[in-house]
Design a protein around this ligand. Sequence first.
Ligand SMILES: C[S@@+](CC[C@H](N)C(=O)[O-])C[C@H]1O[C@@H](n2cnc3c(N)ncnc32)[C@H](O)[C@@H]1O
Length: 308
Amino acid sequence: MNAGVERLRKSSGAIAGSAVVAGSRWLLMSPAVRGRRFPRWLLWSAASLGAAITANELAGKPVLPLRWSFLRMAVRTKHLLTEWQVGDGREAALADHVLSHARPGDVDDAIRVIDEFCRQRTWLINVGEEKGQILDRAIERVRPRRLLELGTYCGYSALRTARRMPPDARLVSVEFNPAKRGHRSGDPRPRQGRRSCQRRRGHLGRRREHPAHAARSARFEEGSLDLVFVDHDKNAYVPDLQRILDRGWLHPGSVVVADNIIAPGAPEYRRYMRQHEGTLWRTTEHRAHVEYQSLLPDMVLESDYLGG
Ligand SMILES: C[S@@+](CC[C@H](N)C(=O)[O-])C[C@H]1O[C@@H](n2cnc3c(N)ncnc32)[C@H](O)[C@@H]1O
């Protein structure tokens, strides 16, 4: 893509913030509307917000709630929570960006390009670099041969997992939104070794059981699953973990890593792990931050299954 368009895209947040400032200022100065349709306090608030957005964008987007792409996502929360895509095409834009910027077949480079895109251009709900390293370390500790991921999204965590898992390991990643299943940026099939990654459409729940024999169709044998990464619907963490236990896929020593315990939050899951601490599970709580920024806190739980 032409460098001018690329620069314009990177600056779109600053441009939008400046436009809000200019618009509010114009309304404040205009005698026709002053104090009538728009109260002055509202115009001053809009101008301040616009100035804060512009400053944050120009300073490298350190404050997540002031990032233009985060605000755009916030107004589309309903769409995100029903479709699990923001609805402004950012997931497809990421795929295009990876295809045009990452070295083909180079997993490390694809991860680098995704992280750069999310930090510098548009924020996405990947596990991100900081929490991704917690997942990396769990994989290095367990050396899992059979892995299950719930929540593929654009395939970022699947790429990280594929990079760290042993050469003969197999990862199955489950995603209920078909739009992401074949996502080009997230093709986690590494070329080297005998590692295998499969994306499955579906979920583990009962209501939409039909497409969701996904994980079951992956034919995990009893006690065969070494590591599970839970990163899908936060309300489904406990019921889906229970389903995995009921199917007998885990063995003592299996590890479950769960993202987003604080933001947006999975309090029921944290409570469940605390209730069963020392009997069914032994959990480490890793304090971290929401992806691609360092102000808002988040937490990842790493739980060793004790059996029973
Ligand atoms: C936070 S994103 C996953 C991010 C991904 N693990 C990463 O770090 O790159 C959550 C994903 O879970 C999917 N999802 C939500 N509920 C689900 C369910 N019940 N079963 C399967 N996938 C689900 C959404 O469509 C969304 O793509």
